[in-house]
Design a protein around this ligand. Structure first.
Ligand code: FDA
Length: 448
């Protein structure tokens, strides 16, 4: 097969790039390793319950995703958010609250507000586009997020809570494992640190039928240009073009888009090998680890108790949880997340013991009824060969300032596109779409 552009990976990014290149008059072939499209977006019916196993929420700053959802004619709806949220402190005490700020002692609350204001300022100053180019980049990239917070405040609970918004909740790595600069990129990519604190903002809308409908609908429009079950094993390249060798299929093209997360670049054998800088850089990027847990109940019982379903605690195995009931569903669904070191500990347990511990953590928020779901499901992205973690990739300490500027630089005819290298929408579907658009435009300019 011979096309203008071969796209490796049928996630949101690759399918956006393919759609845009085709609209610009270029022929494309999309090669996807799995037997389905969507990558980290997947909706499945598990024991009669429709569950979004990967990405699902849309926030107001994610304008590229919102545009795509509208263009594809998909319907959105709001997450249930009436009533009180709950917070569990280090002593295991539960407090109900409304608004964004956790119900902590007045001094701690003040410290949290001070830190949020400081981070908002730093985030606005550094921005998402070129954090590595800022004069403070090297300094902020040499210190871990956890250590940076320790330098700002002695208030442990304030620190634990502020750390959570980036560590457990976003990068899904321990706060000692990534830099303050990486944390600021995360906040800047969402518009501000305050946005990450505001669950009603960051988890605003869902797509009826599941967010995987975005890649599914894009792929339907691309028709037979999308090839499933076609993992690309080898990519031969020269300044003249590429030959992609997938299982059962070989495609020659003038350009290639590698639309897979950076932790998987090494699964492709590049011939000739990539330059040293790319090979080094790719070893400093890794995916985080989070278990996304769904528990479905006969009714959304927490609503009767006046609870919204929103729950937080840096001290619980499930550090955050939400009402995740589907549109027009009579049953009630909770979704919870277990991140980084806590996920390591949980995954070391036998499945039944893990389930018991996770449900106990949900019960700490919602009471004993949470112990008896009718459907229970853990998404295990880290065990998936063509993902290897969740939600997305980030650099180790010092990596962002050292390599960030080069992560999208093409190598000959090879371009890189995924949510993990985005500025706005970094780690999110919005970023995947933005990168798909940008990459397609860059390639189209060279083909014209
Ligand atoms: P993605 O990984 O989706 O696509 C890459 C594709 O390449 C995959 O289909 C893979 O199979 C394929 N591939 C890999 N190697 C290949 C090879 N050698 N040959 C051929 N194909 C290959 N985002 C958000 O906006 N809101 C949210 O609520 C969440 N929540 C969330 C929860 C969970 C559990 C996860 C795992 C992720 C999220 N995210 C999210 C993140 C979001 O899902 C993610 O950033 C994007 O879907 C990534 O899209 P990409 O196209 O960049 O990569």
């Amino acid at each position: 097969m011979d096309v203008d552009v071969v796209i490796i990976g049928a996630g949101a990014s690759g399918l956006t790039a393919a759609t845009r290149l085709r609209a610009a008059g270029h022929s494309v072939a999309v090669l996807e390793a799995r037997d389905r499209v969507g990558g980290r977006l997947r909706t499945e019916t598990i024991e009669g319950a429709l569950l979004e196993l990967g990405g699902q929420w849309v926030s107001p700053d994610q304008t590229a995703l919102i545009e795509t959802v509208e263009e594809l004619g998909l319907e959105t709806y709001s997450r249930y958010r009436e009533g009180d949220s709950v917070y569990v402190n280090a002593a295991g005490e539960l407090t109900r609250f409304t608004g964004e700020l956790f119900p902590v002692a007045a001094d701690t609350q003040k410290e949290m507000e001070r830190l949020i204001a400081m981070l908002d300022e730093l985030t606005a100053e550094i921005g998402p586009t070129e954090p590595w180019a800022h004069p403070k980049a090297a300094e902020l990239d040499a210190v871990s997020w956890g250590e940076w917070l320790e330098k700002q405040t002695d208030d442990v609970e304030a620190r634990d809570n502020i750390a959570l918004f980036i560590a457990e909740a976003m990068l899904t790595k321990p706060s000692h494992a990534f830099s303050a600069l990486q944390a600021i990129l995360m906040a800047a990519s969402a518009g501000s640190f305050s946005h990450l604190v505001d669950a009603d903002y960051i988890l605003d809308k869902r797509v009826a039928g599941g967010l995987q409908l975005v890649p599914i609908t894009l792929a339907e429009k691309l028709g037979d240009a999308v090839h499933l079950g076609a993992p690309v094993r080898r990519l031969e390249w020269s300044e003249d073009g590429v030959t992609a060798h997938a299982d059962g299929l070989t495609v020659t093209a003038r350009r290639a888009v590698v639309a897979v997360p950076p932790n998987l670049y090494g699964r492709i054998s590049f011939e000739p090998p990539l330059p040293f800088r790319q090979q080094q850089m790719h070893q400093h990027v890794s995916l985080g680890l989070v278990i996304k847990v769904h528990a479905v109940y006969e009714t959304p019982f927490w609503r009767e108790a006046g609870l919204s379903g929103t729950a937080f605690s840096p001290y619980q195995p499930v550090h955050e949880a939400y009402d995740n009931t589907n549109l027009d569903d009579e049953r009630g669904t909770l979704v919870g997340f277990v991140s980084d070191l806590k996920a390591d500990a949980m995954l070391a347990l036998p499945a039944e013991e893990r389930k018991r511990r996770i449900l106990e953590s949900l019960a700490a928020y919602y009471g004993p009824q949470a112990l008896e779901p009718v459907v229970y499901y853990e998404s295990d992205w880290a065990a998936e060969e063509w993902t290897g973690g969740a939600y997305a990739a980030s650099f180790d300490l010092g990596g962002l300032s050292r390599y960030g500027a080069d992560q999208r630089t093409p190598v000959g005819p090879i371009y890189w596109s995924c949510s993990d290298v985005a500025a706005e929408g970094y780690q999110h579907v919005d970023g995947a779409i933005r990168m798909g658009r940008l990459t397609a435009d860059e390639i189209a300019a060279t083909l014209a």
